[in-house]
Design a protein around this ligand. Structure first.
Ligand code: FAD
Length: 362
């Protein structure tokens, strides 16, 4: 982590999550890169740390995921749980179980020294014309303007870069996660829990073992009132059946994209590219976002590095992301079924191997 050394860069990237890091990594092949994050670094993003095979495949060219960030149990399988009806459907979908902060720190460590990484610095606005983007940065209350030829907004679900582009913002789920002490082992599953008693604003909950702790999380529909009380309710319900779940040592609140329409996916405008959740790159049906952030970040960085004229980076990025965008739209089609009472009811009646097969595609 350094300080801002120049008045202009070839590329400025907002957001040091997986999308921004991979975009910076490849954009460095073109020239100077400044990667800023509003949070202090190393950052701590609220996340389940479930690494999908798509992420593992996309990251294989960058080296092996370090073993010291992998938590026990190393792999957990997704299991669909209809709590009120006592139905459990284990699937063949296996996730690598990592410490998310460690995973992000590993990605930062891959960056070449030429990328300047600066924490506690937010992009608060920008102006673009035919030849450059003037980006307003705010750190420790002080504002400065730094110029670049291309700006990448990789600043997550509530992207300020996207908001400034006036292309419409997707709304977001409210998420809460508790890190819970364990007095006994949990089964090696990523349990995704549906429960009607918590009310209609409750999308789903999840439980997974995380080293010596467990994560218990909830995903609430946008604008949910009193999510803390509802998360307490989930914990109470789960503890009654799983007495090994002890007291919570940490609770974190966050936001996750609520993608509903193809128009929610926006690769960028002019000299500004949007990657990861900022651009709407995330699985709308499973909430899996890391593989989409990694893949869109790689494509954004490569589009910048490969464009003969920086003004052409966006069209190259649009072409390159077209299969990813089609994949997200395909997943959106499952949502009305998955979220309906009839859909959840039918899932409970469907043979486990079919649920498993469908889950592989969500
Ligand atoms: C509770 C929860 C659990 C999840 N669990 C999983 C999981 O198990 N597996 C999975 O694959 N996905 C999961 N996801 C989704 C996954 O965490 C995200 O999709 C992924 O991190 C998105 O990466 P990103 O690079 O697009 O953005 P982020 O990782 O969100 O990074 C964006 C960064 O931008 C910074 N920023 C924000 N505003 C500004 C600004 N104005 N200027 C500069 N920087 C700014 C933020 O500080 C942040 O560091 C989960 C999400 C949530 C909320």
């Amino acid at each position: 982590v350094t300080t801002i050394s120049r008045a202009s860069y070839d590329t400025i990237v907002a957001g040091a999550g997986p999308a921004g890091i991979l975009a910076a990594y490849h954009a460095a092949e073109r020239g100077s890169v400044l990667l800023v994050d509003a949070a202090s670094l190393p950052r701590d993003k609220s996340c389940g740390g479930m690494i999908h095979e798509l992420t593992r495949d996309a990251l294989a060219p960058y080296g092996a995921i370090p073993t010291d960030i992998v938590l026990a149990p190393e792999y957990v399988n997704f299991r669909y749980v209809d709590w009120d009806r006592g139905i459990r459907k284990p699937t063949t979908l296996a996730f690598l179980n990592v410490d998310r902060a460690g995973f992000d720190a590993w990605l930062v460590s891959l960056l070449p020294d030429t990328v300047e990484v600066v924490g506690s610095t937010a992009v608060t606005g920008f102006e673009q014309d035919a030849s450059s983007v003037r980006v307003t940065l705010k750190s420790n209350g002080a504002e400065s303007i730094v110029e670049c030829t291309t700006l990448v907004g990789a600043d997550g679900a509530r992207s300020a870069v996207r908001r400034a582009l006036n292309v419409g913002t997707a709304s977001s789920y409210v998420t809460l996660q508790d890190y819970v002490e364990l007095s006994g082992e949990l089964e090696p599953f990523f349990d995704c829990i549906y429960d009607r008693s918590i009310g209609d604003s409750f999308g789903y909950g999840y439980v997974m073992p995380k080293g010596g702790l467990a994560i218990v999380g909830s995903v609430f529909y946008p604008k949910t009132k009193h999510p803390w009380e509802k998360q307490d309710q989930l914990l109470e319900i789960l503890r009654a059946a799983m007495p090994q779940l002890g007291k919570s040592v940490k609770r974190e609140a966050c936001a996750a994209l609520y993608l509903r329409s193809p128009g929610d996916i926006v690769p960028g405008v002019g000299r500004v590219l949007l990657a990861g959740e900022a651009g709407g790159f995330m699985s709308p049906s499973s909430g899996e976002g890391i593989s989409y952030a990694v893949r869109s970040g790689i494509l954004a960085g490569k589009a910048i590095a490969g464009a003969a004229d920086p003004a052409d980076a966006l069209s190259a990025y649009e072409r390159a992301t077209s299969p990813l965008r089609r994949d997200i739209v395909r997943r959106m089609r499952w949502l009305p079924f998955m979220e309906s009472r009839a859909g959840k009811y039918l899932a409970g009646l469907t043979p486990t191997w079919i649920v498993s097969r469908i889950t592989e595609g969500l």
